[in-house]
Design a protein around this ligand. Structure first.
Ligand code: WT7
Length: 643
């Protein structure tokens, strides 16, 4: 079943802008003369000064990546100004609230005005080109306005997902020394309120770099406002003009920082620059989703993640699309919400995560069938491997076997999609992200870095740069070179494992490092461990991913308590609550096992390979345990496995 092939339907190929022949031509054109190919693709965005230099990349030594590097532009102009003459009255953003009775529509003209007013107000607060601005907002239109206003004045935005704790917010603000925070009184999700301003107030006790806070009124809930520091968005922007001179940015000036988890240490600030990122966002959104003028496009992600950056805001708006922003969750007020919203707004392109599909699958077909999905033309998947069963359900039940599914593989670091079918050009196999986009050069290498040809399984690397690639880790370029280019020198290492079949199709098998993917949210096991050991009762902790039916992976924690501390159910609950408070609800451990000892090598290194197998109930194949300092602990852990 997993090797089923679903051919491109002739009626889809006939209408798609990229069919198989066109895709072949693109791949060939890029291979023949990459500079010429990108010189032509770069015209998808608006330049103030057209680049003459296309690409200067070195994946060795200090690592240096530059695209379009003598060009000048402003990302907000590509997303707004240049559309005003042709589509000023077209809806840019459809906002659908958590409450099914609340929605609104913002035209390109309105959006431009709102962005300009905020940008003017930000300049008055002293925000200048290169300053860092933290955005901690729910899924409301203001989130897109804030991003584009930062771009307008040349400030670098750093969005922190609204589900993160005050501590997580504070450490991200500190790392990039943000001077302005944009937040809201409260967020709404699934009928509940999220106390964003209260969280921010707590975080800011440890953030001396923040000089001003702009607060959007969303729920109207009562919040504390600090005189001189905190400003209501509405009052601050009301008197500002609705035009604003855009800052001239070099193509390689930063557009945003987005923190993401790695296998070690604190989350790192992935930095994207302006020109290459915008070209990649526009190029991929257009080709992968086959976007057509007038269509309604909905990506269900949150702007707190890279998917929201590239495929709710920058990509769709650069392409003049109508993008839907959804504040709520798939299960509220009931599990038909996604399809109710699709019917209500006549959504044509729908892009979501496998974890949502699996959760909805559990409730059967009725909640889907109840709503009219005939407007949907293309379905997309992102964030984690989609199992063939979920893929086929998505295809049959949601798409009525009419709609191609684009399973898009990419990462925060890649800025946009790298491996995905083009819906009118590439036959799909359920569970495979299929083929690289034109210009993307993946390879599979073995543990020693040897490139494997033909059908093969190993580590996924990318051999050459693409315009949307991250340029550095904010404030730590050596860590950038070390993290991504030292494992397999001269190649970009993705951290993922992959298999390539005889047709050249890629099947992503998941992370091969100490990063786990919980319901599409990326998390470093080290982060959860350091939260656990920060608790007074905990001596040591080891965290691994475990298979989870809905979330893909769940969080399994082995905890060694300090001498004299009793392992009680109350303490277990306390530790779960502790991690939620330290990091945020997305880091909630699914299982905690008391571990009198952890399997370690004689040099003291925890053998996670063994812990992963125990958590997955795969204790038959534990492999070699003879190098363990105390092989007895393994048996103890197996016998007391949780769940
Ligand atoms: C990791 C990146 C891509 C934007 C959202 C997540 C996994 C992502 C797929 C896919 C298999 C996928 C990978 C990757 N991943 N998309 N279609 N098939 N795995 O971005 O938080 O940076 O996570 O998500 O493991 O490395 P992210």
């Amino acid at each position: 079943m997993a090797d089923d092939i679903i051919a491109v339907k002739p009626e889809i190929a006939a209408k798609a802008r990229v069919d198989a022949a066109k895709r072949d031509a693109m791949v060939a054109a890029e291979a023949r003369d990459a500079d010429a190919f990108w010189r032509s693709e770069m015209t998808r965005i608006a330049w103030m000064k057209e680049p003459t230099k296309i690409k200067a990349v070195d994946f060795t030594g200090d690592v240096s990546i530059k695209w379009f590097w003598d060009g000048e532009l402003n990302a907000s102009v590509s997303c707004l100004d240049r559309h005003l003459a042709t589509r000023g009255d077209q809806v840019a953003i459809i906002w659908e609230g958590d409450d099914p009775n609340s929605d609104s529509k913002v035209t390109y003209r309105d959006l431009h005005a709102r962005v300009c007013k905020l940008a003017n107000a930000m300049r008055k607060l002293g925000v200048k080109k290169g300053d860092r601005v933290c955005i901690y907002l729910p899924m409301i239109v203001e989130a897109a306005v804030a991003m584009l206003a930062c771009a307008r004045v040349g400030a670098i935005h750093s969005i922190v997902f609204g589900g993160f704790s005050p501590d997580s917010l504070a450490s991200r603000i500190q790392d990039s020394a943000c001077s302005l925070l944009i937040t809201a009184d409260e967020g709404r999700r699934g009928g509940r309120k999220v106390p964003l301003k209260a969280n921010a107030d707590e975080a800011l006790l440890a953030c001396p770099s923040i000089r001003h806070v702009i607060v959007a009124k969303n729920t109207g809930g009562t919040v504390a406002m600090k005189d001189g520091r905190d400003h209501w968005w509405e009052a601050l922007t009301a008197g500002e003009p609705d035009t604003c001179e855009p800052e001239r940015m070099n193509a390689e000036d930063p557009l945003f920082i987005l923190y993401t988890s790695g296998s070690t240490g604190k989350p790192k600030g992935v930095l994207h620059t302006t020109g290459g990122y915008m070209v990649w966002a526009a190029f991929t959104h257009d080709n992968v989703f086959d976007y057509r003028d007038g269509e309604i496009y909905w990506c269900t992600a949150d702007v707190g993640w890279v998917t929201g950056h590239t495929y709710i805001v920058y990509g769709p708006l650069a392409n003049g699309a109508t993008t839907l922003m959804f504040e709520g969750v798939p299960s509220w007020p009931d599990n038909g919400r996604f399809w109710q919203v699709c019917a209500k707004h006549k959504v044509n392109i729908f892009y979501t995560a496998p974890t949502a599909i699996r959760a909805l699958m559990r409730d059967g077909e009725a909640p889907v069938r109840k709503h009219d999905r005939s407007s949907i033309r293309i379905l997309g998947s992102v964030g984690e491997p989609i199992n063939p069963e979920a893929w086929l359900w998505y295809y049959r039940v949601v798409g009525d076997e009419r709609c191609p599914i684009v399973d898009t593989w990419w990462q925060t670091e890649t800025g946009g999609i790298l491996i995905s079918p083009l819906p009118g050009a590439v036959a799909q196999k359920p569970g495979s992200a299929t083929l690289p986009l034109p210009g993307v050069k993946p390879a599979i290498v073995d543990g020693e870095g040897n490139i494997l040809d033909g059908a093969a399984e190993g580590n996924l690397v990318i051999l050459d740069s693409w315009p949307g690639q991250m340029r550095t880790i904010y404030g730590d370029h050596p860590r950038f070179a070390q993290t991504y280019f030292s494992t397999f020198p001269g190649k970009y290492f993705t951290g993922d494992g992959a298999r390539r079949d005889a047709d050249g199709y890629y099947w992503i098998t998941g992370r091969v490092d100490d990063v786990i993917n919980v319901a599409g949210h990326r998390m470093g096991t080290a982060e959860v461990e350091s939260a656990l050991v920060a608790h007074q009762s905990v001596a040591e902790a080891a965290v691994v991913g475990m298979p989870h039916d809905i979330k893909g992976q769940g969080i399994y924690a082995y905890v060694t308590l300090k001498a004299g501390v009793e392992p009680t159910e109350a303490l277990r609950k306390e530790l779960v609550a502790w991690v939620r408070k330290e990091i945020g609800p997305i880091a909630t451990p699914d299982a905690i096992q008391w571990a009198p000892g952890l399997p370690k090598t004689r040099s003291g290194k925890i053998m996670r390979r063994i812990l992963r197998k125990i958590a997955a109930n795969e204790t038959d194949g534990l492999g070699d345990t003879s190098t363990l300092a105390d092989p007895g602990v393994v048996q103890e852990l197996i016998e007391n496995k949780v769940g």
